[in-house]
Design a protein around this ligand. Structure first.
Ligand code: NAP
Length: 267
């Protein structure tokens, strides 16, 4: 995939809100026919109308990415409307605190299903056609949170760590096939997901800014794109910090989580 995306058919999951919505708008402005996937049909239709009114092309597919049948049908409908898919961006995700007593197993399961299996199912819908055409790019929006397990965020961090590793393997496995893989690991982005966070979010950026950086990384065919660089560096260094320091850094959040104040500190 070269530096221009014009004419490439792109699909974005989690396009009804936040980063996915902003990425879809930029891709449409760059000349990509865009397929928009999420569960909230009204929000998707509104975005599709906005894109069409600006002279772009868009198709909507309503699906829960954690449901294989639903994501397959949604992608098939978009393929029928827009043609073979060149770029698949698996961005849909959720963040819920991980509790200790009792362990909120249902939330943990849902986090792994949506954040990890959602990516696997989404990629599987386009892998055969991309391999047959010897072209395409698979992109997942993961997180810097995948580089360090954080107290109260075990499920989210592990789901993103698994995405990073799954994509590492996939990228190497797909060498020479013409199909590229890009892992995107953002820091804090202002979206509904982080809207209830009350703690300081270093390097917090607007969704439009994050989306511009993501599209640029996709155009350049980056393997892994971590941003912003300062928070990436801090996250990498945090791997060498003792547990007590991480516990101290996260103490505010964990205290609030323990008292039941709903505030997922997702990044
Ligand atoms: N915001 C941050 O600071 C940040 C930082 C690093 C990484 N990320 C990652 O960026 C991605 C987008 O997050 P965001 O911040 O833009 O959050 P957001 O505004 O809450 O958007 C999440 C999107 O995912 C969709 N979604 C959630 N569960 C879904 C499901 N089961 N099936 C289909 N779609 C589903 C939502 O649509 P519906 O509700 O309509 O289904 C929505 O469009 C996530 O993977 C998140 O982990 C976010």
């Amino acid at each position: 995939m070269g530096s221009s995306l014009a004419g490439q058919v792109a699909v974005v999951t989690g396009a009804s809100s936040g980063i996915g919505r902003a990425v879809a708008k930029i891709l449409a402005a760059e000349g990509c026919p865009v397929g928009l996937i999420a569960r909230r049909e009204d929000a998707l239709r509104e975005l599709a109308a906005e894109i069409t009114a600006s002279g772009g092309r868009a198709a909507v597919g309503v699906a829960d990415v954690a449901d294989r049948g639903q994501i397959e049908s949604a992608v098939a409908a978009i393929r029928n409307a827009l043609g073979p898919i060149d770029l698949m961006i698996a961005n849909a995700g959720i963040g819920k605190p991980t509790q200790l007593d009792p362990v909120n197993i249902t939330d943990v399961e849902q986090t792994i299903r949506v954040n990890l299996l959602g990516v696997v199912y989404t990629f599987a819908t386009v892998m055969p056609e991309m391999l047959a055409r010897k072209a395409g790019r698979l992109v997942a929006v993961s997180s810097l949170a995948g580089y360090r397990g954080l107290p109260g965020e075990s499920a989210y961090c592990s789901s993103k760590a698994a995405v990073n590793v799954y994509l590492d393997g996939l990228r190497i496995h797909l060498r020479g096939t013409g199909v590229g893989v890009t892992t995107i690991c953002p820091g804090f982005v202002k979206t509904p997901m982080t809207a209830t966070n009350t703690f300081h979010m270093p390097g917090l950026m607007e969704a439009d800014d994050a989306a511009k950086r993501i599209v640029r990384a996709v155009k350049r065919g980056k393997k892994v794109f971590n941003f912003p660089w300062r928070l990436h560096l801090m996250t990498k260094l945090s791997r060498w910090l003792p547990d007590r320091t991480i516990a101290w850094i996260m103490s505010d959040y964990n205290e609030q989580a323990a008292t039941g104040v709903p505030k997922p500190p997702t990044l």
